[in-house]
Design a protein around this ligand. Structure first.
Ligand code: NAP
Ligand code: ZN
Ligand code: ZN
Length: 346
């Protein structure tokens, strides 16, 4: 077994504290990764606070992992010692179902094995990236582009792919009007990637406080949702709206901003259901959809796209000892725009 140190929550809503545990020794296809950086996703907070139900403790969160290969199992072919690699939100899937075969492992019929707060099919518990080492099957490991710094590229593994996948699927590009609700970790990646894909991007933020940042990140327009004029001026406007908000918002007023055949994609995960009015869908033949992270191949495609376009996250690098304060700041929408933990501080 591999002695591992990290930070864990021992119970729902408890502060994260130092924690020692063991990882499995590498099996035939496993890669042992020395973790250098790990991003802080709002999903980490939801799960540590058990806001979605079913959380299991102790929990070591973290699914935006970047590091260096330290050791490989005897049958590993894709990676060698010293490679710069990433791990995202899942570390295994059934590999046989329709979704897995099509490369949408995140929608695996059997249920993907999430990077933390989950278990492998044989019962082994998963522990995430707020730790110094992780052991992952090579088929679920990503190659980080050489052109990108390791710290600022960590958030691509969740925030980046979560926006890339729906932007690509719903064909964001020249001539398409894309609205991004919420300029947080996910939202700011949506602005950068949507802009690079050639779409016209509008940020729908609660206030104009982040306006200058939004424009710098690539937004063509920046609107405050606290201003009722926003909803009047953009009625029937967008081809695609991506909702990244972790709290409940009046989704109907946003559905009215879609033009005919426009689609709203939900990626933010509030703990309560969102009431949807039938007329908000009927008029304009609007569609309401959801999207979850991305498959392995698509995540690699996104990393290569970001490497080519020089896209990384805007980050605040923190020490692991600052993690509990960082959580409070994320909840207050006070992060510009992703916290990343420097694992050297562990
Ligand atoms: P985040 O950094 O906290 O960003 C969320 C943004 O939403 C905030 O920055 C804020 O932007 C806006 N917001 C917050 N409270 C709001 C409110 N009450 N009303 C309106 N807007 C509000 O969080 P994140 O890490 O980007 O994650 C966002 C959500 O996506 C979380 O629920 C997370 O669990 C989920 N998620 C889903 C997937 C997936 O695969 N579907 C993947 C990762 C994360 P402004 O200040 O601009 O208003
Ligand atoms: Zn995440
Ligand atoms: Zn499957």
């Amino acid at each position: 077994m591999i002695a591992t140190k990290g930070y864990a929550a021992q119970a729902a809503k408890a502060d994260l504290k130092p924690f020692h545990f063991e990882r499995r020794d590498p099996k035939d296809h496993d890669v042992v990764i020395d973790i250098k950086f790990c991003g802080v996703c709002h999903s980490d907070i939801h799960q540590v606070r058990d806001e979605w139900g079913g959380s299991v403790f102790p929990m070591v969160p973290g699914h935006e992992i970047v590091g260096v290969v330290a050791r490989i199992g005897p049958k590993v072919t894709r990676y060698k010692v010293g490679d710069r690699v990433g791990v995202g939100c899942f570390v295994d899937s059934c590999r046989h179902c329709e979704c897995c075969k099509k490369g949408y492992e995140q929608y695996c019929d059997k249920g993907m094995v999430q990077t933390y707060n989950s278990q492998y099919y044989d019962g082994e518990r998963t522990m995430g990236g707020y730790s110094n080492v992780i052991v992952v099957d090579e088929n679920y490991v990503l190659r980080m582009p050489d052109a990108l710094p390791m710290d600022a590229s960590a958030p691509l593994l969740c925030a980046g792919i979560t926006l890339y996948s729906p932007l690509k699927h719903w064909q964001a590009g020249p001539g398409k009007r894309v609205g991004i609700i919420g300029l947080g970790g996910l939202g700011h990646m949506g602005v950068k990637i949507g802009h690079a894909m050639g779409a016209e991007v509008t940020v729908l933020s609660q206030t104009l406080k982040k306006q200058a940042d939004g424009k710098r990140l690539g937004a063509d327009h920046f609107l405050a949702t606290s201003d009722p004029d926003t909803f009047k001026s953009r009625k029937n406007y967008f081809d695609l709206i991506i909702n990244t908000v972790a709290a409940n918002i009046d989704i109907n007023s946003y559905l009215d901003l879609l033009r005919m055949d426009g689609t709203m994609v939900v990626v933010g995960v509030p703990s309560e259901p969102m009431p949807v009015g039938a007329f908000s869908l009927i008029f304009g033949r609007h569609r309401l959809a959801g999207s979850g992270i991305g498959g392995v191949a698509e995540t690699q495609e996104m990393l290569d796209f970001c490497g080519k376009h020089g896209i990384v996250s805007d980050i605040e690098l923190i020490k692991i000892q600052q993690i509990n304060d960082a959580y409070e700041r994320v909840v207050k929408s006070d992060v510009r725009y992703r916290f990343v933990i420097d694992m050297a501080s562990l």
